[in-house]
Design a protein around this ligand. Sequence first.
Ligand SMILES: Cc1cc2nc3c(=O)[nH]c(=O)nc-3n(C[C@H](O)[C@H](O)[C@H](O)COP(=O)(O)O)c2cc1C
Length: 461
Amino acid sequence: MKKIISVILAMVMMCVFTLIGCAAEEAEINENGTMKIVLQIGNPVMLVNGIEKQIDAEGTVPLIINNRTLLPVRAVIEEMGGTVEWNSDTQEVVLNYNDDEIKLTIDSQTARLNGQNQTLDTPPIIISDRTMLPIRFVAESFKFDVVWEKSTQTITIMKKTEQNTASVPSTAPRLEENKGGALTLYFSATGTTKALAEKIADVSGADLCEIVPQDAYTSADLNYNSDCRANAEQQDDSARPAIKDLAVNINDYDIIILGYPIWWGTLPKVIYTLSEKYDLSGKIIMPFCTSGGSGISESVSDLKAIYPNSTITDGFRGAGAVSEMQINDWLNDNGFEQKNTEKSDMLKIRVGGRTLTATLADNSSATALKELLSKGDITIDMSDYGDFEKVGLIGTSLPLNDEQITTEAGDLILYQGNSFVICYDTNFWNFTRLGKINDIAKSELKSLLGEGDVTVTISIN
Ligand SMILES: Cc1cc2nc3c(=O)[nH]c(=O)nc-3n(C[C@H](O)[C@H](O)[C@H](O)COP(=O)(O)O)c2cc1C
């Protein structure tokens, strides 16, 4: 009996090794310049260019620890085509890929990328003899893309092709896996920036916090036509007006949407105080401002100087009545993925390079759509129907809640259970309401959808 088991085991092992052998050959970058490794939390098997592979013989699995996804480094780097060297005396790992070299030390947040110090937000750790790394830093340093899919708990590491390298802004912030969220942090002396900050927090779903000066600025302090306090501070390089402790724990956030009024062309000195009181290194800072007319660019340059270890995105100057769409465009253009669980009734519609948001209806059809989208985005090819709507098949059927509706531009409709409709003009019919696009004029929607066929992608937050 023992002999039979041994023979069976030997055959199984042969099959496994044959499979692994094949996978290793497939792990090279494809002729089309792409390479894809997919890992899943808790799963000892990874997909390398579509082929299943055991991460290692010990059954090591990707983990989430302290809200960070940690991957076994050796398996992943070797699949990427790089090398891993381990020095147990110094507890140092040296990773090489093409011409890039990363040196990491266990339990240290300082890494060296091509000889330059970099700050990690999670140090490498050893679990059961396996070095586990926060993969985004490594993969992105080696010019790979990393995509986290929360619903399936998967991490996809992709070699960038020339085409997608160009399309991914290098500063694009992404709210990764379970990382801390986003904070709208602002200073406002007379309330204008405050109002914009509240709107940005509402649209982005980011938390909101005010930077409060220890001594509030009076109107005399702000009278810039005189020898006022604000002017004196702006002219004094060493001025650091005291600020009260923030009402939030800054360490809970990875993205700081930072707002301020423009004073003498740039940042008020309160922002310098903030930079010295709170460490924002490693975080993504998205600057926005209000002003009497000056642009934001000088303040963005100054932010880059005072936050050399943070990623500063393009700035946004709010002028006049700022629409939700303007804010969304800025956030989306800078790669901000909205993370607002309370806004789970928000639908995103990507069309013609723009992302529109829509509020879902309160019925079982919208709930079913939401459930469907929680499994992944849906791309729909749409055509004109009448002179008032675009219609396309969803690819499945959703429950109906038909009622007589007079539609208007922006209405989202379910037709016959299987078709998604975007209305850009008025119609009267027995329809199921799915939701409504927020804050868009009829003419704008019409021109965005264009004449004839159009492809849209719908997704939930
Ligand atoms: C001391 C001081 C300097 C200012 N300098 C400028 C400036 O250089 N350019 C500009 O466009 N506006 C300037 N402003 C106007 C403010 O930027 C603008 O009113 C802003 O919206 C105020 O925001 P807040 O209400 O949040 O404080 C200045 C205001 C003050 C008080």
